[in-house]
Design a protein around this ligand. Structure first.
Ligand code: ADP
Ligand code: MG
Length: 225
């Protein structure tokens, strides 16, 4: 059965406080990483593996903190500019292609030529596209096709569909999409979609998921032109 969902604000007050704390973690974390790298270089072979593990874990903390910083007050930091979303997509595709090829995934892009200009923060929109495409790739461990369709709808909105042929999303997971730290993956952070919803909302747009287990998922972004 097909499942639809329109998600609105989900980040709680506690979530926003945590995002503030993330800022305070950044600086000491950078120092920790730097000294760990230094010790990694100076240590003997026997201890090197421990420093490598420490660096991997520090990198993970850094990634989570980075996502959290995006969550805190994105409106205030936004650098709104007139941009062609089609060109943003062109920047991202080669990066995603290098990841997709590892698991036998072909990325197909279909852009209509008359794309309107959107007032947006280019880096934030790129982040959304990367997060959604990453999820699509991770949903197809045995390969498949990832389609990205970009068009203008009747009301002049830019509509971007990210369509995978992956495992799909069961209803109980759909209900929780965007909830901070909600993940079904062993090494997931559960922050990717939290960031996506937040950014799209702050642009006055919507993000909708349509999914059918074992058939695939479509993530649809709508942005005002
Ligand atoms: P993470 O990718 O770190 O798990 P996300 O916030 O990006 O965190 O996604 C949350 C959860 O939503 C995932 O763990 C997964 O269960 C589900 N999900 C998101 N996108 C897809 C997709 N395209 N196909 C299947 N499941 C998905
Ligand atoms: Mg993700």
């Amino acid at each position: 059965s097909e499942q639809h969902l329109i998600r609105s604000e989900k980040l709680s007050v506690i979530g926003q406080l945590a995002a503030g704390v993330a800022h305070e973690i950044r600086n000491p974390l950078t120092a920790l990483k730097g000294f760990t790298q230094l010790l990694h270089r100076r240590t003997d072979v026997q201890n090197r593996q421990y420093f490598e593990m420490m660096l991997t874990e520090l990198e993970r903390i850094n990634y989570i903190v980075g996502e959290f910083m995006l969550l805190s007050k994105p409106n205030q930091w936004q650098q709104m500019n007139r941009c062609d979303i089609g060109l943003l997509l062109d920047d991202i595709i080669p990066i995603m292609q290098s990841q997709a090829i590892i698991t036998n995934i072909a990325i197909m892009v279909d852009k209509s030529p008359d794309m309107p200009i959107v007032l947006c923060d280019a880096n934030q929109i790129k982040q959304v596209l990367v997060n959604l495409m990453k999820n699509a790739i991770e949903a197809m461990p045995d390969g498949g096709e990832l389609h990205v369709h970009m068009k203008k709808d009747h009301q002049g909105f830019v509509v971007i569909d990210i369509i995978d042929q992956g495992i799909g999303i069961p209803q109980h997971v759909i209900d929780r999409l965007g909830e901070p730290f909600y993940t079904t993956k062993d090494a997931g952070t559960g922050l990717g979609l939290t960031v996506c919803f937040k950014i799209i909302q702050s642009h006055g747009g919507t993000l909708i998921f349509t999914s059918e287990p074992n058939v695939g998922t479509t993530a649809t972004i709508r942005l005002p032109a």
